[in-house]
Design a protein around this ligand. Structure first.
Ligand SMILES: C[S@@+](CC[C@H](N)C(=O)[O-])C[C@H]1O[C@@H](n2cnc3c(N)ncnc32)[C@H](O)[C@@H]1O
Length: 218
C-alpha cells in the first residue's frame, strides 16, 4: 500500500516546537536588521510570508497598530499556532492563515509592505520568480519588500557550495540553500533600495529592502 502523502507544511509542523531553539540564536540578528529596514509604521497594511513561530510577525503587528493590519501566510499549521500565540497580546488586527506563498490569497495592490525571512531560499528557482511576481501583484505601487535570506554570491565560498550539496542530496534535512536573491530581484523588476549583509553559520545573509519598478510593458 502506498504511504499517504504528507500534508502541506508537515515538515514544519514536525519541527515547529523546536524551531526557535535550533534557529533563533543564529538567525535573530539578521531578522532584526530586516525589521529595521522594513521600518513598519502605524496604519500600514503589512504581510509576512512564512512567519514561522511569529517572532517578527508580532513586531510587525505591533508596528501596524490599531489603525493598520498585519497578515501572515504560512503553509504549516504548527507554525501558525505558534504565531497566533505570539500575537495574542498585540493590540492591532493580526490575521494569520494557512496558504502557499506561490499563490497569495490577497487582492492586487492591497499591502504597503511585504516581509520574508529565511523563507525565499526554500523554493526552487521558478517558484522564487513566481513568489516575487505574486509580491509585486499584492503590493501597492509605492510598496516595498524586505527579504532576509541565505545568499549565494562568489564571496560565499565553500560553505555555500557544501550547503547546496547537502540540499541536493538530503533535501528532507536541509530544505533550503543560499540563493542569488539580487539576480532574482533584477529579473523580477525590483529596485534595490538598501542591501546589507551579515554572516551566520559562516554564510552571508542578505538583508535588503526593495521596491517594485513600474510593470514592464507587455
Ligand atoms: C525556515 S522557516 C522561517 C520562519 C521565519 N520567517 C523565521 O525567520 O524564523 C520557513 C517558514 O516558511 C513556511 N513555508 C514553507 N513553505 C511555504 C509556502 N509554500 N508558503 C508559505 N509558507 C511556507 C514554513 O512553514 C516556515 O514557517
Amino acid at each position: 500500500m502506498s504511504k499517504p502523502a504528507d500534508s502541506p507544511g508537515a515538515h514544519y509542523d514536525r519541527i515547529s516546537v523546536a524551531y526557535d531553539l535550533i534557529a533563533d540564536p543564529a538567525e535573530h540578528r539578521a531578522r532584526d536588521l530586516g525589521l529595521r529596514l522594513l521600518n513598519a509604521a502605524r496604519g500600514e497594511r503589512l504581510l509576512e510570508i512564512g512567519p514561522g513561530t511569529g517572532r517578527a510577525f508580532a513586531r510587525i503587528a505591533e508596528s501596524a497598530g490599531m489603525s493598520g493590519i498585519a497578515c501572515g501566510l504560512d503553509l504549516s499549521r504548527g507554525m501558525l499556532d505558534l504565531s497566533r500565540h505570539q500575537v495574542a497580546h498585540c493590540l492591532g488586527p493580526a490575521h494569520l492563515q494557512q496558504g502557499d506563498g506561490r499563490s497569495l490569497p490577497y487582492r492586487a495592490a492591497s499591502f504597503d509592505a511585504v516581509f520574508l525571512s529565511f523563507t525565499l531560499e526554500l523554493f526552487e528557482a521558478p517558484d522564487v520568480d513566481l513568489i516575487l511576481r505574486e509580491i509585486r501583484r499584492v503590493l501597492r505601487p509605492q510598496g516595498r519588500v524586505t527579504i532576509v535570506c541565505l545568499t549565494d554570491i562568489p564571496e560565499s565560498g565553500l560553505v555555500a557550495v557544501a550547503y547546496a550539496w547537502l540540499h541536493r542530496h538530503f533535501p528532507h534535512l536541509i530544505d533550503c540553500r543560499p540563493i542569488n536573491v539580487l539576480r532574482f530581484l533584477d529579473r523580477g523588476h525590483y529596485r534595490i533600495v538598501t542591501n546589507e549583509s551579515v554572516r551566520i553559520w559562516l554564510l552571508p545573509v542578505t538583508v535588503l529592502l526593495a521596491e517594485p519598478l513600474p510593470s514592464p510593458k507587455a
